[in-house]
Write a protein that binds this ligand. Sequence first.
Ligand SMILES: Cc1ncc(COP(=O)(O)O)c(C=O)c1O
Length: 411
Amino acid sequence: MDRSVYSNVGKKEDTTGIAKRVAQISVSAIKQMPVLASKIEGCISLGQGIPSFGTPSFIRESIVAALKHDEFIGKYSLQPGIPELKLEIAKYLHRTNGINVDPERELFVSCGAMEALAGVISTVVDRGDEVLIPSPNYSSHIEQILFAEGNPVFVPLIEEEGWRLDVAGFRKALTPKTKAILLCNPVNPTGAVFREEDLRAMAEMALERNLFIISDEAYDFLLYDGLPHFSLASIPELKTLLITCKSFSKMYCMTGWRVGYMLTAARIVDQVLKVHDAFAICAPTISQYAALAALKATNGKDGDGDRFIRQLVEALSSRRDIICDRLDGLPHLFSFQRPKGAYYVFPKITHDNENDMDLALRLLHEARVITIPGSGFGPTGAGHIRLSFGAPEKDIHRAFDRIDEWAHLST
Ligand SMILES: Cc1ncc(COP(=O)(O)O)c(C=O)c1O
């Protein structure tokens, strides 16, 4: 895999004495572009995937009250998480996807979905194991596999069919070394939502070949046009092979609170908890209480949480319309697949066969708009850039006004 894309963006590293498993991984381009941009005044960001909304007040207020009344709120929690929160998560899973999970044994609360993903990949992937991942795919998954000394094997998605899963392509990529399949749905960076029939076919393949499926569902609540979310966790036969990682970050605009969770068979939870104990001890206790307040307001009938999520999805849906309209106005620069979920669009560069890194750097320096080069998301990402529409509507318009002007001057 060509990893030079990272060194183009990052500073020169001195890896003397650094373990190979760390020396070979990188900070993703998603996080590096904002660092480069911090040296340029007045940039507008379509880069990092952070919604522009704050954590809702019903969550913040619950924490203010907890801080006042509970002097022990700053203590470690039980290592797998606060039992009441785990109960509420189980209720939520049942209510939204009909998933039955034993809160005591089959789930644990993590420091965001990210820690759960890193933990489970380190738990099931041995040196030299192959992990099949779609390309393009969330870049941190690639680093997590490399950190575990596994080999990411990229299976291209079918762009013309809305970045559809190529189930036959996955079958072809199987070898005796294949250990797991890693899927993210809805997808960062393309905004695709995989079809239920394709996911079921992937589940069948995993069952036939006894492969783990690691499913990153950080955006499970964020689908547009009334599209339902199909979670692999709703296939009971897959339970012993499936590890699902979910998050509070995006659903409640809580990215910095660092709380998410993993659900899987009890025997796998027990193993991942060893890694969680060694790296994190527990998820931040105060954030777990925030997550508990969030879910309690969601698991009731049309509570504050449900209303907040509904408004968030509506706002992001209209931002999606805006970004798609503005992209439609630039056919000489980009062609794109309309996103169905998450808040990303992944246009293909039609402008002079320009390289994605060069284009992202030119847009940064010449138009002062932050975008993310597509190569960081796997080989199929080359020749694309990722745009996030988490930014407010006026920022999306301002960014595109700048891109329009830049395109006018440079063509
Ligand atoms: C696909 C995907 N998975 C996981 C994460 C990280 O989630 P968390 O904040 O819960 O660690 C992100 C964050 O952008 C993401 O896009």
